[in-house]
Design a protein around this ligand. Structure first.
Ligand code: BES
Ligand code: MN
Ligand code: MN
Length: 456
């Protein structure tokens, strides 16, 4: 719409500057050292919501980091869109691999480099600016509620309680989220599902202390050796996961569904080149798109024990550890899978070591409908701003709260993400293209317009 384009055009620089200000706050939720910064970031989000046109915005304290709530109610007869996003970010380390400071946003080659640029400050803030665009041009078609949390990157453990306790306040018709990726600017897409997650930590104990690896080596089982062997045994020669029952509830796609999923543009050579790997890897008989979209996985996220400092120290460690995550797909359940993992891990431990297994946060997989009014509104919004129909895809990442929107609030979600898979989220040099940021701000008002029209 003309008025939106004009407003965006004449406020472009400020919209970018305001995002950069938000990116300067190191709101790392996992590290208690940043607790004050996380709180300061929440305050900033709240002020931005008020400035953009919310009638009401507030900080909702939790046992952990605060949730920011805001609303702009325009018409009781219009539908209400609940916008969800997160202002917390992943830790920035390893710091030495960043080309510029993670909390000193830098614009280079049309990209914003900073921790949180894409995940999720940049994407969340598009909704704040889109509200300003609609509010300033008197074109708000839907009521909007914002729920922006500060604990997504640590498992959203307090948000579930917040949903339970605020059902009335959060009453809406649809949840709209920009915290996922699309294929490219040339091939816009909408994710119609997310994987779930079961995250485990294991501790393997050998002798009661670290030993000289020459004096005892060969006679006492090295827990690091034992751990590696146990981990290695959890994939078979076809790269299937060997935990008994693991695949029992996996929903297999029909031949037609698989065909549709694999029609999405994907260049395997380009993919390998970009990651500098000679070969891709994964479950036999599945394509890369299937492996990341609709198949479950098991991966070591971190592994340690013994001496990891400079130089060489001869030691037979007393303990070894690993953090292991499993991405889940419909209809797997995170608690069931965590229990299966624990039982299996204990059962494959040799008598020469002791093992301890603990479960961290989990989350359930989700599939979002592609035949709903809200999905169609998102489709049309993207078609209008990009000039192309979006392709439905399946996302490999997880956003645990999405399953609870349905379970607790009875709400479906639309995942209208504008990130790119190579935005380096959670990695050094995270970036977000300035063009994607503006394209998001341009697209979101169309969603509200079409969703209101289609809801009539
Ligand atoms: N925004 C991501 C999830 C995501 C990224 C979904 C790209 C689809 C495409 C989210 O912030 C995230 O990183 N989630 C975590 C899970 C959480 C429990 C720590 C994840 O997927 O590892
Ligand atoms: Mn995110
Ligand atoms: Mn993330």
């Amino acid at each position: 719409m003309q008025v939106w384009n004009e407003y965006l055009e004449s406020n472009k620089q400020r919209f970018l500057d305001e995002l950069l200000d938000l990116l300067r706050i190191p709101s790392v939720s996992a590290d208690s050292k940043y607790k004050g910064d996380v709180a300061r970031c929440a305050d900033s989000v709240m002020e931005n919501l008020l400035k953009a046109g919310c009638d009401k915005a507030e900080i909702c304290p939790t046992e952990g980091h605060p949730i920011v709530y805001g609303e702009k109610m325009v018409n009781p007869a219009a539908p209400t869109v609940l916008v969800y996003g997160h202002y917390d970010v992943q830790p920035a380390d390893p710091l030495n691999l960043w080309h510029s400071g993670p909390f000193e946003p830098l614009i280079k080659d049309g990209k914003i480099f900073a921790r949180g640029a894409c995940d999720d400050k940049g994407q969340m803030f598009m909704h704040v600016k889109a509200l300003e665009v609609m509010n300033s041009t008197n074109t708000l078609a839907c009521n909007i509620k914002f729920m922006i949390e500060g604990e997504e990157e640590v498992g959203s453990s307090n948000l579930g309680i917040f949903l339970e306790n605020n059902k009335e306040k959060l009453k809406a018709d649809i949840v709209l989220v920009s915290d996922t990726s699309m294929i490219s600017m040339e091939h816009p897409s909408i994710e119609s599902g997310l994987r779930g997650l079961a995250y485990m930590e294991v501790e393997v104990t050998g002798p009661n202390r670290d030993l000289h690896s020459g004096v005892y080596g060969g006679a006492v089982h090295n827990p690091a050796n034992a751990l590696c062997k146990m981990i290695a045994s959890m994939h078979d020669e076809n790269n299937h996961i060997t935990i008994p029952g693991f695949y029992e509830k996996v929903l297999n796609l029909s031949a037609d569904e698989r065909k549709a999923l694999n029609t999405a543009p994907f260049d395997l050579e380009e993919y390998k080149k970009e990651l500098d790997v000679a070969e891709v890897w994964g479950e036999k008989d599945f394509t890369t798109l299937e492996r990341t979209g609709v198949r479950p996985t098991l991966d070591v996220n971190g592994i340690w024990g013994g001496y990891t400092g400079e130089g060489a120290k001869t030691v037979l460690p007393g303990k070894a550890f690993a953090k292991i995550s499993m991405r889940l797909v419909p209809n797997q359940n995170s608690d069931e899978i965590a229990a299966m993992f624990q039982k299996h891990f204990e059962s494959i431990a040799p008598k020469s070591v002791k093992v301890k297994v603990t479960a961290h946060h989990g989350g359930e997989p989700v599939v979002t409908p592609t035949d709903s009014i809200a999905y169609k509104a998102a489709e049309l919004a993207i078609k209008t701003s990009f000039g192309k129909d979006p392709i439905p895809t399946r996302g490999g990442g997880s956003i645990p709260i999405i399953a609870l929107f349905e379970k607790t609030l009875g709400l479906k979600t639309v995942l209208m993400g504008f990130g790119l898979d190579n935005d380096n989220i959670h990695s050094p040099n995270e970036k977000y293209d300035v063009a994607n940021y503006y394209k998001g701000i341009e697209t979101i008002p169309y969603f509200h317009k079409f969703y209101a029209e289609m809801s009539k």
